[in-house]
Design a protein. Structure first.
Length: 169
């Protein structure tokens, strides 16, 4: 199964694509979709760049499903609203491509990837590198996106193992 992980952001959205087969994980690609070049352009223009960018990633790598980070309210309500709109553009792009979308919190991702819910960005980068056999550290946004994909692979594997246990006589 090919999984696309997304770390949504209005300026930089990370993406990571992995393949899973049984207990094997394989790195496919990772990177970012940036709206920084738009500067202070209107919000709808920036959201369109995210929407189009996610659709391009889906068309290029052909994932079977996607996982996206859930956004929580932070200190600045305006930032939270903008991030929520970016997340909405990302999810709309994924659903318009026919992908099922799973959602996980940053805490769930950190626990699944590092084993500790308060892990640093550096720890996530290092574990993504180790788990996927990368020669170097992925950038922070790409690492978080790979973490989202790894979290979904882990959760999916747990569901499969539990269904096997309950199906046995």
């Amino acid at each position: 199964m090919r999984i696309l992980g997304i770390d949504p952001g209005l300026r930089t959205t990370g993406f990571g694509v992995i393949d899973t087969q049984s207990l094997t994980l394989g790195y496919v690609a990772s990177g970012t979709i940036s709206t920084r070049h738009l500067g202070k352009d209107p919000l709808p223009d920036r959201l369109k760049v995210l929407y189009d960018g996610v659709r391009e990633v889906v068309e290029r790598y052909r994932p079977d499903c996607a996982s996206v980070e859930i956004v929580f309210v932070n200190v600045n309500p305006q930032s939270t609203l903008l991030l929520g709109q970016a997340r909405g553009a990302v999810i709309t792009a994924l659903v318009s491509c026919g992908l099922p979308v799973a959602e996980y919190t940053a805490l769930q991702m950190k626990q699944a990837v590092v084993g500790w819910g308060r892990a640093s960005k550096g720890q996530i980068q290092e574990m993504a590198r180790r788990l996927l056999g990368l020669s170097g550290l992925p950038g922070p946004d790409a690492a978080d996106a790979l973490g989202m994909a790894l979290t979904h692979a882990h959760a999916r594997g747990m569901v499969q193992r539990l269904s096997l246990l309950t199906a046995q006589p």
